[in-house]
Design a protein around this ligand. Structure first.
Ligand SMILES: NCc1[nH]cc(CCC(=O)O)c1CC(=O)O
Length: 320
């Protein structure tokens, strides 16, 4: 009889929901018992801007420390929170099927973006979302916010904000997608690389577990997020502006094709470089990094990060 697998998770409602979902999949596909172990991270306790305590990486590194210390056997993260660099001794053992990767608007009175009057106050902590909202030219007043999903929706409920922008995936995992007033089309709002996907990590040396967790992997989701993260790491190496990227496996003339769209923007949304590429899902990393290189050559390298809204920090969804 095998001992139950210990699954490390952040304690937030979103994290425990995501982890519970992975635990259920694991029980179903492998017959193994799984127990959740809550790991408190500095990002959950400390309300100061995430930049000052190390970015979204603080959520991830506490779970990785617990893995390396042998306190847990596997850990579940929101994939978009994973830093792009490799982690010593850690394997990305599975990328389960992705939820809806798009961003969603939760606005007062059922309003859509286009219906929000000029001057409406829209909350987001993400430079990527702020820049893309500004680029729409709707005259919205974009306000920096932090906090969990419930807190952020609460700002609309209590009338302090007219709307907030959140990941659709988080809202549907929490059963709050009924509050979404518009799911934003990626033509207007490209999501963060990895948004809507989960990452299942374990110790790289734990070969039996690496093999077992492969049962949870979804190859086209893995290809998509691999391409998106390759765009991000290429752009991060060449500029500091916010990045959106979305890859999808689509049916092409010669079978499956990977279609990648990406944007990099000045923080005020005034300047952007937007490009797309297609390639083979088996070459996801190559497709994404070549796209990133092309974007750098096409001006992304000249996009400077402007002044940041109070309480926000750089790169992806550090605070979203
Ligand atoms: N930055 C926090 C974070 N990390 C993952 C999600 C949502 C779920 C996901 O994207 O998989 C969120 C909240 C949000 O952006 O609204």
């Amino acid at each position: 009889m095998n001992a139950p697998l210990r699954l490390g998770t952040r304690a937030s409602a979103l994290a425990t929901t995501q982890s519970g979902h992975v635990a259920a999949m694991l029980r179903e596909r492998t017959g193994r018992e799984v127990e959740l172990v809550e790991v408190t991270t500095r990002g959950d306790v400390d309300r100061s801007p995430l930049a000052s305590i190390g970015g979204t990486g603080v959520f991830v590194s506490a779970l990785r420390d617990a893995l390396l210390a042998g306190e847990v056997d596997l850990a579940v993260h929101s994939l978009k929170d994973l830093p792009t660099g490799a982690a010593e001794g850690i394997a990305l053992a599975a990328v389960p099927p992705r939820e809806d990767p798009r961003d969603a608007l939760v606005a007062r009175d059922g309003l859509t973006l286009g219906e929000l009057p000029v001057g409406s106050r829209v909350g987001t902590g993400s430079p990527r979302r702020a820049a893309q909202l500004a680029a729409l030219g709707l005259g919205l007043e974009i306000t920096a916010i932090r906090g969990n999903v419930g807190t952020r929706i609460g700002h609309v409920e209590d009338g302090r904000l007219d709307a907030v922008v959140l990941a659709q995936a988080g809202l549907s995992r929490l059963g709050r997608d009924g509050e979404v007033t518009e799911v934003l089309d990626p033509f207007q709002m490209l999501p963060a690389p990895g948004q809507g996907a989960l990452a299942v990590e374990c110790r790289a040396g734990d070969e039996d577990l690496v093999a077992l967790l492969a049962a949870l992997d979804h190859p086209s989701t893995r290809a998509a997020v691999t391409a998106e993260r390759a765009v991000l790491s290429t752009l991060e190496a060449g500029c500091s502006a916010p990045v959106g990227a979305l890859a999808e496996v689509v049916e092409g003339d010669d079978g499956e094709e990977l279609w990648v769209r990406a944007v990099v923007m000045s923080t005020d949304g005034a300047l952007s470089v937007r490009m797309s590429a297609t390639g083979s899902p088996g070459d996801a990393h190559g497709v994404g990094s070549r796209l990133g290189q092309e974007m750098l050559a096409d001006g992304a390298a000249d996009l400077m990060e402007g002044p940041q809204p109070e309480g926000s920090d750089r790169v992806g969804e550090q605070h979203a």
